[in-house]
Design a protein around this ligand. Structure first.
Ligand code: GLY
Length: 274
């Protein structure tokens, strides 16, 4: 890539894009990309964002029929003067840039949606099982950080609903002087506290990534008008030294780590035990 007349490889940004493309294309992952649960009208609408070490960022929301929303988000970052494209505009931009239309609704996802319609009468409800997201952070050999976040969002949401995942500062934030953070769970709650930005700002003040994630989870719970039982969310953070941490409101989230000292390790996230 050419930037400012120099040629360099953006390793961390390439890693996060390539990493999240795997669940985006996996029909067994029911909360991201192909195979993701549709909205209540049966439409799979995708949200994604990406951010690099130069504080460059790109995002798409409510994007339909495109297998890799993260790559469209990256192109928004690299090829437009904007940060965020949504809906029809995001789709037109993707098609202009040679992305192909793909049906993302798998027969399994369609069957589950039809069952949901019958049982829940077209009313979206907060439910522990309707949220999940892939967020990924990378620190490369040059000490540069990048992050990516992508999801099909709240299963059976209202059409047009956008969660935290494509919102820079909510679902993802990277500051190359400090660290990066990303979130999963009920996006409405993460947006309320600008979650990922808050985690990075606490790391700037000296918090360890795990402590920063925990502090923002506690803040989220304090600020939310919802009942504790209704909220499910968590954060993952990585600082400039390569230290990482994660914290969630509820049991059940996992993080995958890959480094020289921990190659391919899966860990359960610590959670609030109040
Ligand atoms: N965190 C995913 C969503 O709420 O859409």
């Amino acid at each position: 890539m050419q930037k400012h007349g120099k040629c360099f490889l953006q390793v961390a940004i390439d890693a996060v894009e390539a990493g999240v493309k795997i669940p985006e294309a996996d029909p067994k992952v029911t909360s991201v990309g192909y195979g993701g649960a549709p909205d209540r009208d049966g439409r799979v609408t995708l949200d994604a964002c990406i951010m690099d070490e130069h504080a460059s960022c790109g995002a798409v929301a409510c994007l339909e029929n495109i297998l890799h929303p993260i790559s469209v988000a990256r192109l928004v970052m690299e090829k437009t003067p904007h940060v965020f494209l949504a809906g029809e505009g995001a789709l037109s931009f993707a098609l202009e840039n040679e992305f192909k239309k793909t049906n993302l609704l798998t027969p399994e996802a369609e069957a589950n949606w039809k069952k949901w319609i019958k049982e829940k009468k077209y009313i979206p409800k907060v439910d522990y099982n309707t949220h999940d997201t892939i967020g990924m952070l990378a620190l490369d050999a040059d000490g540069n950080l990048s992050g990516a976040c992508t999801t099909s969002g709240w299963a059976y949401k209202m059409h047009g609903r956008i969660g935290d995942s494509p919102i820079i500062g909510a679902g993802l934030f990277v500051d190359n002087e400090v660290g990066g953070a990303t979130s999963t769970g009920l996006g409405e709650e993460v947006i309320r506290v600008c979650g990922s930005h808050a985690v990075v700002e606490l790391m700037r003040q000296g918090y360890h990534p795990a402590e920063a994630c925990k502090a923002v989870v506690e803040r989220m719970l304090k600020k939310s008008p919802r009942k504790r039982d209704e909220i499910t969310a968590g954060f993952l953070a990585l600082n400039k030294k390569g230290e990482y941490g994660a914290y969630a409101i509820k049991k059940g989230y996992q993080i995958a780590i890959h480094s020289n000292s921990e190659p391919g390790v899966l860990k359960d996230i610590d959670f609030l035990k109040l």
